[in-house]
Design a protein. Structure first.
Length: 201
């Protein structure tokens, strides 16, 4: 039984029914796809990057660990995620205004260039990397509950006004955050590697 399928055809208007034991589905740059068939309960990886006419995603199976949906510019929202085992979410350059509640298993969130994104939900305690650069409508970030968070990348978030209290050690990139006015409170007792930081008082 084939556990991995790869489609990469811009003329493909629909996908066939998927095998019941499928674990990995790649369908990047299928620009004519407007929807996906029901996903098997065994699926662990879904890659639909660049499917610019995809309007929605089907219900995600609890087994899902990795989701790529960057550049899906017609995708208005993500489906429910909290029931999944999702560890890696990449949704760069999408047009939705908010994200659904995130699963407790999430390790990395990458929402680079989501210019309409106004809020990020509560982050799970396991998260290590948050990448939200070029989210120009984002005004605040949620509390960082993981004291071992390794990196926060929020370059060019021009609407961002403040940062949450930061972990003791973190790699912070916030160049171009022209509205950011940072007091020393978020930096107290923090060993930060600052990369091209715009304002620090």
């Amino acid at each position: 039984m084939n556990k991995e399928l790869y489609f990469n055809n811009s003329d493909l208007a629909s996908l066939p029914p998927l095998p019941a034991l499928l674990e990995v589905l790649h369908c990047p740059n299928c620009t004519n796809l407007t929807s996906l068939p029901p996903l098997p309960l065994s699926l662990r990886v879904l890659n639909c990057n660049g499917c610019i006419n995809l309007k929605n995603l089907p219900t995600l199976p609890p087994s899902l660990e990795i989701l790529f949906c960057s550049g899906c510019t017609n995708l208005q929202r993500l489906p429910y995620l909290s029931h999944t085992r999702l560890e890696f979410l990449q949704c760069n350059r999408c047009n939705f205004k908010e994200l659904p509640p995130l699963p407790a298993s999430l390790y990395e969130l990458n929402c680079f260039g989501c210019v309409n994104l106004k809020t990020i939900p509560v982050l799970p305690k396991l998260i290590m990397w948050l990448m939200c650069s070029n989210c120009t409508s984002l005004k605040t970030l949620p509390p960082l509950l993981n004291k071992s968070l390794a990196g926060l990348f929020c370059n060019n978030c021009t609407s961002l006004k403040t940062l949450p209290i930061l972990p003791q050690k973190i790699y912070l990139c916030c160049d171009g955050c022209t509205g950011l006015f940072l007091t020393r409170d978020p930096l107290s007792r923090t060993d930060i590697q600052l990369y091209m930081f715009s304002k620090l008082i």
